[in-house]
Design a protein around this ligand. Structure first.
Ligand code: PGA
Length: 255
């Protein structure tokens, strides 16, 4: 049984005080018996404030990116050992905004995944197609390549520790969500590729999040699909009430 994992990707939002206040509200309102693994991913400068706000709670800390080298002349970069030192257990890697605006490719993503695993940080590896690619019926080709290259040379043991986030680019921040059936079809395909890359027993353990306009109204139907093991949430993670509704999805759509 895979434990559901819901992560808030705060993107480039919230200063230290705002981030700490949001994290404190989430800790106060979240009922751990909901049994969801909760991860908050603020901007780098707010990591320490959020770390303090979630201290001694079940909520975990994640970063939104990392660099693969540990130290040296790499101006502006942050390594995985520094993220570990900052209290991170997770790091988002290869988000479509990084691919789109910062030119990240699957080979760079692969190096980042390996660097994160080396520091015992769980990488949340993002994959997903654009609208144009979906319309051209290229979803499996695109997502398949992202997985095969992004996860290359990992052992089955390493792969088990990875979290995948399927985020169709056309659904991110647009209010358009993939239907539960559309998402499930791609999640099942992803698990098939993961089986090829590792072994069936390992692929069964890997959690695959859905991301793209997840909100309190659609979360339950998405989470009820057999291969959807959580969510990576942007917009709806920026307010405590809506994020808590997502974390408590099993109880009702609105709590
Ligand atoms: P969204 O973002 O929930 O605002 O669509 C999701 C993401 O980019 O991770």
């Amino acid at each position: 049984m895979r434990k559901k994992i819901i992560a808030g990707n705060w993107k480039l939002n919230k200063n230290r005080a705002e981030a700490a206040a949001l994290a404190k509200s989430i800790v106060a309102m979240y009922r751990p018996e909901a049994g969801v693994e909760v991860v908050l991913c603020p901007v780098f400068t707010a990591l320490e404030s959020v770390r303090q706000a979630i201290d001694k709670s079940v909520v975990r800390l994640g970063a939104q990116d990392c660099y693969w080298e540990e130290q040296g002349a790499f101006t502006g970069e942050v390594s995985c050992s520094l993220l570990k030192d900052a209290g991170c257990d997770y790091v988002i890697i290869g988000h479509s905004e990084r691919r789109q605006f910062f030119g990240e490719n699957d080979l760079a993503i692969n190096k980042k995944v390996q660097a994160a695993l080396k520091q015992n940080i769980t990488p949340i590896v993002c994959v997903g197609e654009t609208l144009q690619e979906r319309e051209a019926d290229r979803v499996e080709e695109v997502v398949g390549t992202q997985l095969r290259v992004g996860l290359q040379s990992l052992s089955a043991e390493q792969l088990e520790k990875v979290v995948i986030a399927y985020e169709p680019v056309w659904a991110i921040g647009t209010g358009k969500t993939a239907t539960p059936e559309q998402a499930q079809a791609v999640h099942a395909f992803i698990r098939k590729i993961l089986t090829e890359l590792s072994v069936p027993a390992a692929a069964e353990k890997i959690r695959i999040q859905y991301g793209g306009s997840v909100n309190p109204g659609n979360v339950k139907a998405l989470m009820s699909q057999p291969d959807i093991d959580g969510a990576l949430v942007g917009g709806a993670s920026l307010k405590a009430e809506s994020f808590i509704d997502l974390l408590h999805f099993q109880e009702s759509a609105r709590v």
